[in-house]
Design a protein around this ligand. Sequence first.
Ligand code: UDX
Ligand code: ADP
Length: 469
Amino acid sequence: MKFEIKRICCIGAGYVGGPTMAVIADKCPNIIVTVLDINSQRILDWNDKNLSNLPVYEPGLDAIISRCRDINLFFSTNIKEEISRSDMIFLSVNTPTKTKGIGAGQASDLKWIEASAREVAKYAKGKTIVVEKSTLPVRTAQTIKLILEAENDKKSSQENKNEFFILSNPEFLAEGTAINDLNNPDRVLIGGENEFAINALSKIYENWIDRSKILRTNLWSSELSKLTANAFLAQRISSINSISGLCEKTGADISEVSQAIGMDKRIGSFFLKAGPGFGGSCFKKDILNLIYLCNYYGLPEVADYWEGVIKINQWQQSRLTEIIVSKLFGTIAEKYIAILGFSFKSNTNDTRESPAINICKDLINEGAKLRIYDPKVSKEKIEIDLKQNEADNLKSSENISWYYSSSILDATKGVDGIVVLTEWDEFKNINWHEICKYTRKPTYLFDSRNICDLDRAKKENLKIWKLGS
Ligand code: UDX
Ligand code: ADP
């Protein structure tokens, strides 16, 4: 059996589906790639002539879109037609943590995966390879298989029946560096049972990735590897963040400790930057998934171990608010505070699980008036995340809880405190001389990412708190 892959489609035009398909289209000019979504506005945005309106901000993505869009890369809502003519279908829909029912707060909500699998079952024709791209709990491939087979069983004649081949091909890209990660991955993982289907997917990647980096495993190893990779990365961040608290008590400096331990080859220097806690759509969700799985399979000790990683992450976020309140003389009621950075990391407009959300909510609860600035996050997104509409909030000027600011200078006017929450490049070289002309004195700088030029800040008599020292 041999597969010839001429057309690919991807269900889900989000942070994973969009960039991943763009790179596949760029590297495989002979394959037609269509990215599908039920959200028609999202598809309109992907098709926007003005590339700064793309729904995902990712360095280098706009250049690929302008090279490939409408040539061999398409964005469409025409799910039925595209599924029916595709040889390979990627599932890249959202899989957030369940908010209610069994497993609420831990298990992944698979309703979007299930819905898209049903669409595939209904419309696919002939031999079709279905590739899991979303992060999924272990053994989800089995669920997808059952759905596809059930739909097939309904079909009457043998001729109309499809043949489905399921592969797990987890995505390891990190937002903000997605294009580079996709172009030069450390490895590509393909899990599956059918050798010919695995070969077909491997051949696509071999257009730009060395074969030695393409790893073949069984389905469950592939699914579990993705959860484990994210759990390990998140565990490193919680480990270093836990030590940042200890540094503050003892006079050690977390940057020095990170450097010292990172030079040990066995530990390695990546993912050792202390900060306000990890965010993003994957880490928390994947660890919760792992915890759920461990409890389900009767391994409560293992579940408790991973639970600790999440607890430290929550602790790191909430202790930041306590520090801000305590430094600003025990109360921040009615005080203006600048928030620099709202995305969960730099170089992305994504705010999912951003530590900024909890920290801003806590500061607002303490009565502060925030002035929020982020180079890429829109006002509308912040409104959704804080569950508070800026316009309504401004109507009653007594109770203003936050403003959307268009620049660092605008955000810092009249403030008592400046809190740096995301490591955007433009926060590294702030002209503190200019900023301090307009702040209320004494002004405190809280650098939760250890990126600010503190020598320049000190010259302006800013009071400084930096994480982990
Ligand atoms: C992560 C994984 O890295 C990626 O492989 C997987 O496919 C998806 O999840 P992402 O969430 O996009 O990627 O970004 P990542 O760079 O991993 O950062 C996650 C969070 O950890 C961010 O909030 C970041 O600020 C924080 N972080 C990262 C630190 O606080 N310190 C570090 O040293 C590294
Ligand atoms: P990720 O970070 O995993 O890419 P996103 O939330 O950014 O997650 O993107 C997932 C996308 O999948 C969303 O744009 C959503 O509208 C889309 N989606 C969810 N369910 C379906 C479905 N059944 N058919 C098509 N698109 C879907």
